[in-house]
Design a protein around this ligand. Structure first.
Ligand code: GLC
Length: 741
């Protein structure tokens, strides 16, 4: 009886034999064909791509989601080409296909890997039925700059949270068996460091010291590779002077030599062609050389490979082994996907999942993604017994497409439950809901239409203001230098505030916003991100207390854009700010003499703290943390300690709490962050219930890359906090000693 491992070894060996056998029969042109991915979104794709498919010059297509057309493209490739190699069919299935989940940054706010996995599973089942067998997700770029539009697609600023959720999304897409029903290949992207784009401008230069790259930006990709992700995508960005798409350090030294990755790497859209635009080469021929030798296995959309690789091999600038290795990487994934045995998709054969089940996942994800940032005087939850009328105001209250968020090509807005609809459905006739759009879009600057909104608000018992950004204001190529509420929204808030009515702000956005100019003019803020198909039903349930908000921030909310980059796991510096730091220029004497004595790392004109911290999120429950115990409090390298903490719900409502564990390595071979997330658990507590939450912390979890960029764990003192945000105060400490002790 073979063990599971023995079976896996057999499967791997069988695939390797099949790859080698097929490779041995391929011509150079057919090999280069496998390295080319072509856009198939235009009508008539089988006609205009037919010749190239028959010649074996295409290995993958993208952006075709009509299953009949996909099957026809596949048929030509399998039945009319010499070797019949099936196609990979790629699509950006980023946070749902037809049924849309919250944007990934919103899913990150759930701190719930199982929910992220379930959402990806729903997406994979829907996408596979359309003929897709490869998605370009998860995006696991660490994003510390909310000006960057693609923070919307990320899991936020923390490597630990991003690593856990990236693996969960990969598992959801790929299932236990890449060849299984409802499984599609995932793609960890964008490798690497894309989120460090200067000033948050998309595609901008990144300069990341290797130590920072290894300690912050690479770990989620390493976890993705460890989880068996089928593919990676190279980043557009220039990393330390060498664009990622031509960066051997990333694609070979790290990805292949250190991590042992056996899948394949695809460029980003025309990013091989862009190597010359960066100025690393003078044109496509040299760009093809740089990308192929760096380790980019497949070219997306541009044709540098198809035009130049053959000549580079014949001219002996590139060794055929380089081509064979790239093609083997691609064929390996096609075999793992089972495409040679089953290249076609029969929508009736893909796993059935009824729409209600999919919508339940989308709703639960939306519910757990939303964050109660502020709730003065328990303005929330609203009670249908205490209000007779509510004014629902704002340009995003009834926006079925906008609430789906960025990167939604195939989402169906007709399925959307908007905030307005969700509220109306929930309260029925018991509350008079009066809706006033007040602004045409979030960017409208006119205040002429405010009078109706103010009048309706004046005549109502409470106001729910739907504010934020349309989906197009975040995502790729949509960065903003000013991340406050666009248009005249702040003016609208102030106008409504003057009515004296309770004002609840519900904010839909694809990024953290600077809310400083409205935070004092509203009683409560529910930050809903772009919550997807079921966003409105989730918003209504949270506003009226059917469920308690439970989301926690996956990214820091600055007070001012000038604070950026501002993130929780920062270094201490040699002059750390302190609570008595001056934060108001007006407090400085007009003719004060120049001095730096006593000054610390801060700005004169804004507090050094964020408006809302990483991990922050309020609840209708009231959670207390007590009796923090570590055992042992001293441990040798190579061992673990257990952390126990008692969490109680002192509130009146059942609610979830995301219990977070942070550590600080006081002294390191390189300076270490003042706090680092090392564990989290979501627990659901009845009113009055107390549970003991435990974490296992191994010294390996404390490892970091030192001055020589090797992974190390050092003895020393560590501080530890447990609580409901990165500002947790319940504190303890432990000591790690050398194994020799
Ligand atoms: C885009 C994006 C990438 C996406 C690809 C295909 O430009 O950078 O994330 O997967 O092109 O659409």
């Amino acid at each position: 009886m073979k063990t599971v491992n023995a079976k896996v070894v057999d499967q791997v060996a069988i695939i390797e034999r099949r790859v080698a056998e097929l490779l041995g029969r391929m011509t150079l042109d057919e090999k280069i064909g496998q390295m080319s991915q072509v856009n198939a979104s235009e009508a008539g794709a089988p006609e205009y791509l037919g010749m190239a498919l028959r010649d074996g010059r295409i290995g993958s297509v993208l952006n075709q989601v009509d299953v009949a057309t996909v099957n026809e493209l596949q048929r030509i490739s399998v039945e009319e080409s010499r070797l019949g190699i099936p196609l990979l069919v790629g699509r950006d299935v980023i946070h749902g296909f037809k049924t849309v989940m919250p944007i990934p940054l919103g899913q990150a706010a759930t701190w719930n890997p199982e929910l992220v996995r379930n959402g990806a599973r729903v997406a994979a089942i829907e996408a596979q039925a359309a003929g897709i067998n490869w998605t370009f997700a998860p995006m696991i770029d660490i994003a510390r700059d909310p000006r960057w539009g693609r923070i919307a697609e990320s899991f936020g600023e923390d490597p630990y949270l991003t690593g856990r959720l990236g693996v969960a999304m990969i598992e959801g897409f790929q299932g236990d068996d890449l060849a299984g029903d409802g499984s599609i290949a995932a793609c960890a992207k964008h490798f690497a460091g894309y989120g460090a784009a200067e000033s948050g401008r998309d595609y901008a230069t990144t300069n990341i010291p290797e130590n920072e790259l290894r300690n912050v930006y690479l770990p989620p990709f390493n976890e993705a590779v460890g989880a068996g992700v089928a593919t990676l995508m190279a980043s557009f960005s220039d990393l330390n002077g060498v664009p990622a798409t031509a960066n051997r350090f990333l694609m070979r030294d790290i990805l292949r030599d250190e991590w042992g990755f056996t899948g394949f790497v695809v460029s980003d859209w025309e990013s091989i062609h862009q190597i010359a635009v960066h100025g690393l080469t003078s044109g496509d021929r040299d760009s093809a050389y740089e990308a192929a030798t760096a380790g980019i296995d497949m070219e997306m959309a541009s044709d540098a490979y198809s035009n130049h690789l053959a000549g580079l091999v014949i001219g002996e600038r590139i060794d055929i082994d380089t081509i064979d290795t790239a093609v083997a990487n691609i064929l390996r994934i096609k075999f793992r996907l089972g495409l040679f045995g089953a290249p076609y998709v029969d929508p009736d054969q893909t796993p059935a999942m009824d729409l209600e089940a999919k919508l339940r996942v989308a709703k639960q994800s939306a519910l757990e993604s939303m964050i109660l940032l502020k709730n003065d005087q328990a303005a929330l939850p609203l009670s249908i017994d205490r209000v007779d009328s509510i004014a629902v105001v704002g340009p995003l209250a009834d926006a079925p497409y906008e609430q789906l968020g960025t990167w939604v090509f195939d989402g169906d807005p007709d399925l959307s439950i908007t905030g307005l609809a969700g509220i109306r459905n929930l309260v029925g006739d018991s509350v008079d809901i009066r809706y006033v759009r007040a602004m045409e879009t979030s960017r409208s600057r006119s205040t002429d239409t405010f009078s109706e909104a103010v009048e309706v608000a004046q005549g109502s018992d409470a106001v729910i203001l739907f504010l934020g950004e349309e989906s197009i204001l975040s995502g790729e190529a949509h960065s903003r230098a000013d991340i406050s509420l666009p248009g005249a929204q702040a003016a609208l808030v102030r106008s409504i505030r003057q009515t004296g009515k309770p004002v609840i702000a519900v904010i839909l956005a694809g990024r953290p916003l600077t809310l400083t100019d409205i935070v004092d003019d509203v009683d409560a803020i529910l930050f809903a991100w772009h919550p997807g198909t079921m966003g409105g039903e989730a918003i209504a349930d949270l506003l009226f207390g059917v469920e308690s908000p439970s989301g926690k921030l996956p990214a820091t909310f600055p007070r001012e854009v000038g604070q950026i980059p501002i993130y929780y796991n920062q270094k201490n510096t040699g002059k750390p700010p302190s609570p008595n730091t001056v934060t108001n220029m007006d407090d400085i004497d007009a003719h004060a003499p120049q001095t730096s004595l006593g000054m610390t790392a801060f700005h004169l004109d804004v507090a050094y703290t964020p408006l809302f911290a990483f991990g922050h999120g309020l609840s209708y429950g009231e959670f207390s943390y007590d009796n923090l115990r570590l055992s042992p409090q001293e441990l040798r390298i190579g061992n673990s300690l257990t952390v126990h903490v008692e969490v109680a719900n002192l509130g009146k409502m059942i609610a979830d709490e995301v219990v977070q564990l942070y550590v600080r390595d006081l002294v390191g071979n390189v300076t270490r962050p003042v706090r680092e997330l090392k564990g989290f658990k979501r627990v659901r507590l009845e009113p009055g219930q107390t549970v003991t939450v435990s974490f296992e912390l191994h010294t390996d979890d404390l490892a970091f890359f030192g001055r020589d960029n090797s992974l190390m764990t050092e003895p020393g003192v560590f501080h530890l906090w447990v609580g409901g945000s990165s500002e947790a105060s319940l504190h303890s400490e432990f000591r790690v000693v050398d194994a020799a002790h």
